[in-house]
Design a protein around this ligand. Structure first.
Ligand SMILES: Nc1ncnc2c1ncn2[C@@H]1O[C@H](COP(=O)(O)OP(=O)(O)O)[C@@H](O)[C@H]1O
Ligand SMILES: [Mg+2]
Length: 594
């Protein structure tokens, strides 16, 4: 597989950084230094994974752009100038304020606000800047976990309303009749100002806005949940929806005085929408709708051009969002923030250092490998939801669990998410539960997936009282492991614990972690000997027979054996002082004996 690292530079992250920074670079059209400085800053912070700061600064730069843009209006008339600025600033500020709380939680909220603010910034860039802005609005809404009507559509929506109102009720050329109202949205009117035929352009423009908005209903699900739906299909669907809605709404714009049976019209539109989930049909729909639009309009090169450019802007957004939500890209940005997503080399290493080193556990390994058959698509077979490895410390539970998870990733195409309790439990219990839930959502979007949780008792403790700190994370585990969307979802949770008793009983029942309970016991004496020998072989050290006999008597677990052999290796290979037999003590007393 292509490696996205080039001499230490993470190309995926760099490409994403350039993409999110681009709108700010284009702000150079308003003010050159502003454009360059904001691009460099946003890009650099993004590349360094300071997502929160990158998004905060993008907001600051947007505000500066607003002030620069309305500066002359302010000097001419301070009251009106401030009013314009307020309109341009208030909405994103409000919305952004809300988003910040969540911004700390997950990758998608890191990138979504930056793309959203980028889409607003593009409103100030001359045509076709705003059309590209539409694309960014789409990308923002697709990458946002905050559902459906991404708030970043609101400014363009306000613009549409002004536009429509003036078109429908004044009968005067668009943008003239309601001059004073429209003036406050003048920045957005850059769209129209660049084109000679405003009414025609309005059709295309409004069509593409609607396209952008509707795509936020359809595309996120198809891209994130139904991964098998290809990006191209999603883009085509989006274009199809846009074309159909343009067609549906066209009569309103073509001749505002025509009487229309709105109900019937809407029924037709709804019926069309139903077909759109099928990509071939949506291609046909898009083509016919476009043909209809073209034929019924007095043909104008400008209106076609405008439609084309606007649609391209939206498609750019869809592709951009698809790019960012691609798991490979996601990994390069996301890993280490909410959950670890090992890459291929790391998987191989996990597999080698954990699965392969384990000695005397072949039966368990076999059982686990066979279990993976439950993930093949056989009607009536429910994939197992959970595996719990429990037993005394040092018996290889962690190694077996993470090793198996890596095996699934390497051999069965699973996406592995390694949960670290410490990272989850930052902040309060509400944040923790929310984060855990997000990981499950992510895993569900990237099926088949395996979520590995070491020391799961930190999150899934028995719910003694509702005030207990882990009450909420336990609830999330209970709900999510059993499959919120489908019990047939291919999401496997592997947990390990030293004390099964402190886990919530409901967590250990079948259908959850109880689908497969594996007790890792202390190995019997003969096996301890085998383990010591095996590890010695792996580490290429020799252990005198008498010491081996003694060690097999004294040592209790695989972890003891590993630590013992490691001590011998240190002495043999590095020539550390002292008798080899001191290594036996080292296992119980720790470092000083080395
Ligand atoms: N059966 C075994 N064979 C070889 N090494 C083992 C075995 N069991 C444990 N080990 C070694 O001990 C280390 C620690 O074990 P670990 O999986 O963390 O134990 P647990 O999670 O049960 O406390 C492992 O990484 C491995 O090196
Ligand atoms: Mg462990």
């Amino acid at each position: 597989m292509a490696n996205s690292n080039f001499k230490g530079l993470d190309l995926k992250r760099a490409a994403t950084g350039i993409m999110v920074g681009l709108p700010f670079l284009l702000l150079s059209a308003v003010n050159v230094p502003l454009g360059i400085v904001s691009f460099i800053t946003v890009f650099a912070l993004f590349y360094l994974k300071r997502f929160l700061y990158a998004s905060l600064l993008s907001l600051v730069f947007y505000i500066v752009a607003v002030m620069a843009f309305f500066g002359s209006a302010y000097s001419a008339n301070p009251v009106m100038g401030l009013a314009y600025m307020a309109i341009a600033m208030l909405l994103p500020l409000l919305v952004y304020g809300l988003d910040f709380k969540i911004a700390v939680d997950t990758y998608s909220q890191f990138i979504s606000p930056i793309l959203g603010i980028g889409s607003l910034a593009l409103m100030f860039v001359p045509f076709p800047g705003p059309a590209l802005g539409l694309g960014y609005a789409v990308a923002s809404s697709i990458t946002s976990k905050r559902e459906v009507f991404s708030i970043y559509y609101l400014p363009p929506l306000g613009f549409i309303i002004v536009y429509l109102t003036s078109a429908l009720f004044t009968g005067t050329p668009i943008g003239m009749g309601l001059r004073h109202v429209v003036l406050s949205m003048q920045n957005l009117l850059l769209y129209a100002g660049a084109l000679p035929s405003r009414p025609l352009y309005a059709v295309a423009l409004i069509g593409s806005f609607i396209l952008a908005m509707l795509s936020s209903f359809v595309v996120p699900k198809s891209l994130l949940v139904k991964r098998e739906m290809r990006v191209r299909d999603a883009a085509v669907t989006t274009a199809g929806i846009g074309a159909v809605s343009t067609m549906a709404l066209k009569p309103f714009f073509i001749n505002p005085h025509t009487k229309i049976d709105v109900r019937r019209h809407m029924t037709t539109v709804r019926k069309f929408m139903g077909y759109l989930t099928h990509s071939r049909i949506s291609i046909a729909m898009a083509v016919s709708a476009l043909a209809g639009l073209v034929l019924s309009l007095p043909l104008g090169a400008w209106s076609l051009l405008a439609l084309a450019v606007s649609s391209i802007g939206v498609l750019v957004g869809v592709y951009a969002a698809a790019y960012v939500s691609d798991l490979d890209t996601l990994k390069s940005l996301f890993s280490g923030i909410l959950v670890d997503v090992p890459n291929e080399q790391e998987l191989e290493q996990l597999f080698k250092e954990n699965w392969l080193v384990l000695i005397g556990m072949d039966e368990l390994k076999d059982r686990l490998v066979k279990t993976s058959m439950s993930f093949e698509d056989v009607p009536g077979v429910r994939p197992i939801h959970g595996i719990l490895l429990y037993g005394p410390a040092g018996t290889g539970k962690t190694a077996l669990g993470i090793g198996y998870a890596a095996w699934l990733a390497m051999n069965r195409g699973f996406n592995l998410f390694v949960v670290r309790a410490g990272r989850i439990l930052r902040g309060g219990p509400y944040d923790a539960a929310h984060r855990l839930d997000l990981i499950f959502q992510l895993a569900e979007a990237y099926q088949p997936a395996v979520i590995y949780i070491d020391e799961i008792d930190a999150l899934g403790r028995v719910r003694e009282s509702p005030d207990a700190p882990t009450y909420l994370t336990t609830s999330v585990l209970l709900q999510d492991i059993d499959g919120i969307v489908s019990r047939y979802a291919k999401v496997l949770v592997i947990g390990t614990t030293n004390s099964k008793d402190v886990l919530d009983p409901a967590l250990v029942r079948p259908g959850r972690l109880g689908d497969m309970l594996i007790y890792a016991d202390r190995p019997p004496k003969e096996l301890v000997r085998k383990i010591i020998l095996g590890i010695a072989e792996q580490k290429k050290v020799t252990i005198p027979n008498d010491l081996l006999d003694k060690a097999s008597e004294v040592l209790e677990t695989g972890a003891d054996a590993e630590s013992f052999v490691n001590c011998v290796a240190l002495k043999e290979k590095l020539g550390l002082e002292g008798e080899l037999s001191e290594c036996l003590k080292a296992v119980s007393t720790g470092l000083p004996a080395y």
